[in-house]
Design a protein around this ligand. Structure first.
Ligand SMILES: [Zn+2]
Length: 125
């Protein structure tokens, strides 16, 4: 995923939850949708959740499975912003700051920060 380089770019790219779903969709299926069950290549996007339903067999494929977003109840917009902040900010960001910036509970911020930091370390090594 090519990330935004400024906060303004970030806000343009990820205005809505759907924008985030689409970004994950493109990450999971860079060559276009492919149903994991039947191999069909067309899907409907779910409006509220990061799910894409196969037109042929109606299998619902989640774009968050196997990612740090799997099973989350926090908006993907907040996740994306957390990733942006943690990746772009020169000084370390503590979870209390993240909690304040995102408007999420301190424990949620702590858990997000831990998952994101681990994922970034994996990518770097
Ligand atoms: Zn299918």
């Amino acid at each position: 995923m090519k990330g935004p380089e400024t906060l303004m770019e970030f806000m343009e790219m990820y205005k809505t939850e759907e924008d985030c779903h689409r970004a994950l969709f493109e990450h999971r299926w860079p060559a276009g949708f492919r149903c994991p069950r039947c191999g069909h290549d067309r899907s409907y996007a779910h409006k509220k959740r990061p799910l894409f339903q196969c037109v042929a067999c109606r299998h619902q494929a989640s774009v968050t499975v196997g990612t740090i977003f799997e099973g989350t109840r926090t908006d993907l917009k907040k996740w994306f912003l957390a990733i942006y902040l943690l990746a772009q900010t020169k000084k370390p960001i503590f979870s209390a700051e993240l909690s304040r910036q995102l408007g999420v509970a301190p424990f949620t911020a702590w858990s997000m920060r831990r998952k994101i930091t681990r994922a970034m370390q994996r990518k770097g090594s």
